[in-house]
Design a protein around this ligand. Structure first.
Ligand code: NAI
Length: 629
């Protein structure tokens, strides 16, 4: 194999910024015309980068605008040390190992470049850049214009003069970097876009490298992470909240988004390119979609329910599904509390009447919530939080749950549904959507309630028999009701809605909005996105709705092998057999299984032969395997 040489640009490539612009920031901190001068400097830099101004002119003009001194350079170096590009910092090992083959070639200045790159073990003799000239008072007055890099086509001339014998790869963000390829001096030009993207440079590149990881990956060079993040393609459907997009982008994933859901046929075609899929409640994930999802690692349901996803089929395909079970709990609770007060005070009817010009000022039949008895059916996330906040308002709380639940605050547990219904003034239903809960509250249950009771349901529509409810509202047994969920709900905004509950006094009807607030949407976006990122980065599956839940320690000085397989006896023994054969030291191992898959995480010490990976993948009944470091 030919020897490889790596020519790396400094400004906006090795470091995140343009050093002379940083110097200007330091010098002009308090200057009144700061913004104006900074803009001028930026414009000059860009003109030169895009090949529209001669490089030496741009240098001279910038130095003249700056009026810097030698001491300012120390401050600059200090500042630049904190601004090394993220993926450069991450891959220190590559620089140390390949130092003899790495050349820093820059139109910037050695005075600040050397102290930065030497920290990475790079050699002074391989750093080519301009140098400043100073007057007797240490003011910077210009630059050494005998330096080859101060001239037009300086980089080209310099590389020619080096006569490197081997394959030459150039990594940079500017036009002058591309010119090395154009002049036939480099085998490939990689446009580095971690910090800045210049259209004109992107067009010329052999390969766009959004981070150094991507460059190292395509050239099979040692990397600090197992897989470049830009190769993780994410498909986000149904208008997922921008905060999730922000989080995925900051990880470096490549994102494609769509405001609507897409049908099975279209999704089956599209899904093959993606590692991550984000949906809300409308996109159906069927076995047909999964059959094509060969790269898919995880699905994020950016909502509460997961009925739209075939969870077991996803699991068997090795695809972990995450949702946001708690993210809108608070929103439902706040709405419920608001409705309890509104119903006890008959606010909606009063307001409607007043809109119609009727001044119905009377205290009759309106009461405070303080001291009233609230009965919560289903003491889960929502029910228990409602319990706490209702007590703050002075309500006496009773609850009934089919599971053993810890009473919060002063809430009292009822051993039967009937005993709760008989006791309380307000009944609020917060059970889950299990099929057994169909018509949980029907004629019999309404009959058992106190006369004048208030009834609320913000759980699932099918839990309540609507005809029975409307009968007990019409005959005056119930004083009022607030219903947010219905056995049949319209599919979209503006679709018709018909219910027996319409036009009854003191009945609040809302279109399934209990959990719909801006905060909840953002919370959902954050919760699900972070779970997905954690799964990709560490293999952690806590809160997954279809995978065995494993919360994993952070990976430290080790590699992590993640093995997903069909749950049949002897799999762990086979994995460990492979590791033993290759004499690999296991640092930690975690295993969890469920009815059809096994999830094994093995942390191993850092050196391992490639053959181990092949052997682990070859174990029969392996569904998916990946390695993290
Ligand atoms: P959860 O699963 O944490 O709590 C449900 C509780 O109900 C559990 O403790 C369970 O043991 C209990 N339960 C189930 N069947 C029961 C029965 N027959 N009798 C007594 N207790 C029973 O669920 P979470 O997060 O509190 O949600 C509650 C309901 O609210 C769910 O149906 C959910 O779909 C719905 N929801 C509605 C929203 C809206 O916009 N209106 C938004 C978010 C959730």
């Amino acid at each position: 194999m030919e020897k490889q040489y790596f020519i790396i640009d400094f400004d906006s490539t090795f470091i995140q910024v343009e050093a002379l612009e940083e110097l200007a920031e330091i010098l002009l901190k308090k200057a009144p015309q700061k913004e104006e001068i900074l803009q001028q400097i930026k414009n000059i830099t860009n003109l030169a980068m895009e090949g529209k101004m001669s490089f030496s002119d741009s240098l001279a003009q910038r130095i003249h605008l700056l009026k810097a001194r030698r001491a300012d350079l120390n401050l600059l170096v200090k500042r630049l040390k904190r601004k090394v590009s993220v993926s450069v910092n991450r891959n220190k090992n590559f620089f140390r190992k390949y130092a003899a083959q790495i050349y820093i070639v820059s139109g910037g200045f050695k005075e600040f470049i050397l102290p930065i790159v030497q920290q990475f073990g790079l050699l002074e003799k391989n750093v080519f850049a301009n140098s400043f000239t100073f007057d007797e008072n240490d003011a910077i007055i210009g630059f050494d214009n005998t330096n080859i890099l101060a001239r037009k086509d300086g980089k080209v001339e310099l590389i020619k003069s080096l006569q490197l014998d081997g394959d030459i790869f150039v990594i940079g963000d500017g036009y002058t970097d591309y010119q090395l390829k154009e002049a036939g001096l480099a085998n490939k030009f990689y446009a580095f876009t971690e910090n800045i993207e210049r259209e004109i440079v992107l067009k010329k590149a052999d390969h766009v490298t959004p981070s150094l990881d991507e460059f190292l990956y395509v050239n099979r060079l040692p990397m600090a992470i197992s897989y470049p993040k830009n190769r993780i393609h994410v498909l986000l459907l149904e208008n997922i909240h921008p905060y999730a997009i922000e989080l995925f982008e900051s990880e470096g994933y490549k994102i494609e988004k769509c405001s609507r859901s897409i049908c099975e046929e279209e999704l089956a075609k599209k899904i093959q390119d993606f590692s991550v899929l984000g949906i809300r409640s409308k996109t159906r994930i069927t076995p047909k979609v999964l059959a094509h999802a060969n790269r898919l690692m995880t699905i994020g349901a950016f909502c509460i329910g997961t009925d739209q996803i075939e969870l077991s089929a996803s699991r068997k395909k090795g695809v972990a599904v995450f949702n946001a079970p708690y993210s809108n709990t608070r929103s439902v609770v706040e709405m419920t509390l608001c409705e309890i007060i509104a119903l006890l005070r008959n606010l909606f009817d009063k307001s409607t009447k007043l809109h119609q010009g009727v001044w119905d000022k009377t205290a009759n039949g309106t009461v405070e919530v303080r001291g009233k008895k609230l009965g919560i059916i289903g003491y889960g996330n929502i029910g228990s939080q409602l319990s706490v906040l209702a007590e703050f308002l002075g309500m006496e709380v009773y609850y009934y749950d089919i599971m053993e639940k810890l009473a919060l605050g002063n809430a009292k547990k009822c051993s039967t549904l009937q005993s709760l219904l008989k006791k309380v003034d307000v009944v609020s239903v917060h059970v889950d959507g299990s099929p057994a809960n169909r018509n949980l509250i029907s004629d019999k249950e309404f009959r058992q309630m106190k006369d004048g009771a208030i009834f609320l349901n913000a759980s699932r529509g099918f839990v309540v028999d609507i005809t029975a409810l409307s009968n007990y509202l019409k005959n005056g047994k119930l004083k009022g009701a607030a219903i947010d969920v219905f056995p049949e709900e319209p599919a979209g905004i503006g679709d018709p809605f018909i219910s027996e509950l319409q036009n009854l006094p003191n009945v609040i009807l809302t279109p399934h909005i209990g959990g719909s607030t801006e905060e909840a949407q953002r919370n959902i976006a954050e919760f699900v996105a972070r779970k997905i990122i954690d799964y990709i980065n560490t293999g952690g599956t806590s809160f997954s709705v279809n995978f065995p839940n494993l919360q994993l320690p952070e990976l430290f000085r080790a590699h992590r092998l993640i093995h997903i397989h069909h749950n049949i006896p002897g799999m762990l023994a086979q994995i460990n057999g492979v590791l033993a054969r290759h004499k690999i030291n296991i640092v930690g191992q975690f295993l969890k299984t469920n009815e059809d898959i096994g999830y094994v995480i093995t942390d191993i010490s850092r050196e391992y032969p490639q053959a181990v990976i092949q052997d682990l993948k070859k174990i029969p009944n392996t569904i998916k395997f990946r390695i993290l470091y």
